[in-house]
Write a protein that binds this ligand. Sequence first.
Ligand code: PLP
Length: 359
Amino acid sequence: MIHVTKTYLPPLEEYQQYLKEIWQTGWITNHGALSQQLQQALAQYFNCPNVVLLNNGTIALQIAVKMFSQGTEVVTTPFSYVATTSSIVWEGFTPVFADIDPNTLNIDPARAEAAITPNTAAILATHVYGNACDVEALAAIAKKHNIALIYDAAHAFGCHLNGKALVNYGHMSTLSFHATKLFHTVEGGAIITNDNALGHQASYMRNFGHNGQEQYWGLGVNGKISELHAAMGLLVLPKVNELIERRRTLSQRYDTALAGRLQKQQLHPGLQYNYAYYPVLFASEEALLNTRDALHAIEVQPRRYFYPSLTALPYVQGSAPTPIANEVAKRVLCLPLYYDLPEADVDRIAECIIKSLPS
Ligand SMILES: *Cc1c(COP(=O)(O)O)cnc(C)c1O
């Protein structure tokens, strides 16, 4: 069975070496040597001073949203993973959906601006599949209305724009290091910010608000990453460029084999892409379901990611209509893409897709 993704695992002996170190010191969590080492390595990788490591990408979103409480609403995209919206609701804010651009699949800045009210605390936008949002337009809107700009950058590890890591845009970016992501720590995540005050706030919020053992900076939660998770990150990070390179090769192979038969996401000009996903858009939901059935028959499991549109969640009400996102969500499918996917399988998958398309 070929799944949409497969986790890259480093050689077991290398991980065992780290386990030995951990057993020797007896320090298994709470900002230990390995998590500090990973934090520094990522700060260098992103060229950003404030990398706050966390135990998953959802807590990263929750902490980020919580930090901007001068309002009750968060303007966000209906086309993302459920955690983008659920985090807003979990923190007691109301998500206000702004529709997406049908080509980039990212939030449409003009619609985001139109959704701003005096109650807006922040814009939370996702770099969907690693494609950069219109960062210039969104920054101008956030500045004009004096609201926070947060990016859910869970897909954007390794993406660069205008010579800098994409996570450096906005007031803050959140990352997921879940096993299904390009770079992973099994479970994990981070907040990235160039604002030292925000970085400090995020780092005490992750640790119950502690300021030493007997004082508190403020309200906090438990968002700490363990040494066992950090060790995985230290082994995957040096491989990241190779992982991206392999995905690029496979993506280009899909491009050639599918020969323009399916619509693709339009990438931001100048984006250095990470090839995190291989999404394709069908002409209709019917065509998508037909192709999916054909792929299932050859034991290939693509994923309807993201489906349905987040406006359909049972706990969000009164959303303005977002017809583009609703329609795109019905027509998009992510094809298998991972480090050790053989070329022959890409060819087989593409052939099956072409045969299944209406002529
Ligand atoms: C994976 C993902 C998350 C959630 O991250 P976890 O580490 O699984 O909690 C949030 N947003 C997006 C866009 C994601 O893809």
